[in-house]
Design a protein around this ligand. Structure first.
Ligand code: ZN
Ligand code: ZN
Length: 360
């Protein structure tokens, strides 16, 4: 019987556990459970030991879990933690790692209260998230599909946008077309901002109507086969002010410079620095108030962060976004974002949508 991709991933994790003299890893976050077991339900816990793995879920998922995972399975009623700790005690597991950044204080208290003599909970760093940074061929295929579906939805809606449409209508159209094109759901709440609201980097769509001679910022992503995509584009409704065109040119230059800097062996900080340097030449570096990008995959924000002090070195197989922006309060904001695949000599821009200032 061929080993599943999930089993290979668990074997890698088991190596890390052995290195740190840990007996087991209690995985509680859903994306990590999916990554290591294939299970996509909304309630689960995964106990990984060097020799085996067991998934815990509730009776709603009896059929689904058996279909999706190659691990042993426990169907528990009510809260899963007593069943997990009971199993751990039965297997004489003593040092049990947990995801320090992923569980609540209350869950930690509950787990602690269930431990028997000799057992301890050991906070573990983001080992699984680090493993997830490098995508397999199948993961890259899913991300490519997600990116294609996302851009297709954007193009179907772009030429329907008219002055007078509300931001939330445009967001609804984008999400409708995304789903019609095969997405499971949007990867995050679609951002549609028009006029001065483009200066809010994370604007939620409102009842504002798109007016003539304004900018329109759309930041959207799809989820396909569990994998996300992320793209931001700015369009001009009517005639944009010359000052806005200049800001657009600056952000575009910054984005293209940062994309050109992406390749294996370069630090995330160096890519971030490249984006900022270009904006500084336009006097816009202080208008760039967020980091240059982020990894994506099963989640929309994954490691690595493409930020100022991020020492992580890019490796072939990572999928990241490059998304510099400039925001002028009360006036306008521009961000241009692509999803890119890191390669040995450079990167492949997966996003097929042109980067020029689209006219509506
Ligand atoms: Zn985005
Ligand atoms: Zn993003």
């Amino acid at each position: 019987l061929a080993e599943t991709i999930q089993a290979v991933r668990r074997r890698t994790l088991a190596g890390v556990l052995a290195e740190h003299k840990l007996d087991a890893f209690l995985v509680s976050s859903l994306p990590n459970i999916r990554y290591l077991s294939g299970f996509t339900g909304s309630n689960g816990a995964l106990l990984v030991t060097p020799e085996r793995a067991r998934l815990f879920t509730d009776p709603r998922y009896t059929i689904q879990a058996a279909e999706q995972t190659d691990t042993a399975l426990t169907i528990a009623r009510g809260v899963l933690w007593p069943a997990v700790i009971y199993t751990a005690a039965r297997l004489r597991l003593r040092r049990i790692a947990f995801e320090r950044g992923r569980i609540s204080f209350q869950t930690h208290e509950t787990l602690k209260s269930l431990l028997t003599l000799g057992m301890s909970l050991e906070p573990a760093p983001a080992w699984i998230e680090e493993q997830r940074m490098i995508k397999s061929d199948d993961e890259i295929t899913a991300i490519r599909r997600s990116v294609a579906v996302n851009s297709a939805a954007y193009h179907s809606v772009l030429n329907r946008i008219r002055p007078g449409m509300r931001e939330f209508e445009i967001a609804a159209e984008l999400e409708y077309h995304m789903r019609c094109a095969g997405a499971e759901k949007p990867a995050f709440e679609t951002i549609v901002a028009s006029g001065p609201r483009t200066a809010l980097p994370h604007a939620s769509p409102t009842a504002n109507r798109v007016a003539l001679n304004q900018l329109l910022l759309i930041d959207m992503g799809a989820t396909c086969d569990g994998y996300t995509s992320d793209m931001t584009r700015v369009a001009a409704v009517g005639k944009p002010k010359p000052a806005w065109r200049r800001i657009y040119r600056a952000v575009l230059e910054s984005q293209e410079a940062a994309v050109a800097a992406v390749r294996e062996g370069v630090t995330c900080a160096a890519v971030d620095r490249t984006a900022r340097k270009t904006l500084r030449a336009y006097g816009l570096d202080r208008a760039f108030v967020h980091s240059t990008g982020h990894g994506l995959g099963l989640e929309i924000h994954e490691l690595p962060r493409i930020a100022k002090s991020e020492k992580t070195i890019l490796k072939a197989g990572m999928v990241i976004t490059i998304e510099p922006g400039a925001y002028i309060e009360g006036d306008c904001g521009v961000r241009i974002e692509d999803t890119v695949l890191v390669g040995k000599m450079g990167c492949e821009v997966l996003t097929p949508t042109p980067r020029d200032l689209a006219a509506v």
